[in-house]
Design a protein around this ligand. Sequence first.
Ligand code: DGP
Length: 120
Amino acid sequence: MNYQPDNIFAKILRGEIPNDTVYEDDEVLAFRDIGPQAPVHVLVIPKGEYGSLDDFTRDAPAELVGRFFQKVGEIARRLGVDGEGYRVIANTGHNGGQEVQHFHIHICAGRRLGRMIARE
Ligand code: DGP
């Protein structure tokens, strides 16, 4: 998929839109979701231009993919949600309900979460 540099998370990475950062290093940015679905709702994104989990796992070096997921766990521990537990979600593509075309992981926590997939 062609990466679209005008997506909202690319604008956040360029500093064009403010965000509530909870963790940042040279490879990833984690910030609070604008419309939280749980008491803790944080998005973790790579700084590289990957449009989806499919692109990230296809195009990024395995070491970067590995470090990214290690950091997701580290960020959850920094948020203090590892003890009671949390849910990680990566909506991917049209049927996955992905709205922003820059790969991101949701970390949702802070209450007992409902069904993994809503019945429709
Ligand atoms: P997804 O459906 O997986 O693509 O989720 C996109 C998420 O991004 C959604 O939960 C709302 C969040 N979001 C959209 N625009 C912004 C924004 O400008 N700032 C922040 N912090 N989150 C945003």
